[in-house]
Design a protein. Structure first.
Length: 173
């Protein structure tokens, strides 16, 4: 499942809550914050994202994991990269968290420190427009304004259709 959204839409927080909910339901999965797979300075000559994702996924699959919750602002826009990195067969579930400019401003103002807030807010608004216009047709949009995180996470999990796995029937992650 690819969990996307503009900065300040709640991806990281919702991603962690989704993972907690899946764990409580005993659904095997792994959670990856995509922002950290290629964050380096100076920037490498080639993106490390796909190579790092493939390497991490290989480790998870060797342990039996088959479900991934992946959070990143624009991840739903690059399904082919996920197909290459994760291999086939692959069912991609694109989810887009949406938030109003007012909600994003409030969230980013509480989170961002220093002089970069204005540019961060502008980039977030630009990405919201890009995501809205370029999201794949099967993308499920979930609003986050004025909603509790557990409720949003429940909506995200419901979209996956992932079955509950009881401890007795689980032989591997």
């Amino acid at each position: 499942m690819l969990l996307a959204g503009r900065s300040g839409s709640g991806k990281s927080t919702v991603g962690y809550e989704v993972s907690a909910l899946l764990e409580a339901q005993q659904v095997t999965h792994c959670l990856l914050e995509g922002d950290y797979l290629d964050h380096a300075w100076p920037e490498p000559p080639n993106s490390l994202l796909e190579a790092n994702l493939a390497a991490i996924w290989r480790n998870y699959t060797e342990l039996g994991y088959r479900r991934l919750v992946y959070t990143n602002s624009a991840c739903i826009l690059v399904p082919d990269m996920f197909r290459r990195a994760l291999g086939a067969p692959l069912r991609i579930i694109p989810v887009l968290l949406t938030a109003s400019d007012e909600s994003v401003l409030a969230r980013l103002s509480a989170r961002e420190i220093g002089s970069g807030l204005d540019s961060h807010v502008r980039r977030s608004a630009h990405l919201a427009r890009v995501l809205e216009s370029a999201a794949p047709p099967d993308t499920v949009r979930i609003p986050t304004d004025n909603r509790p995180i557990p409720e949003i996470a429940h909506d995200v999990v419901a979209v996956t259709g992932w079955p509950r796995v009881s401890p007795a029937s689980r032989s591997a992650p």
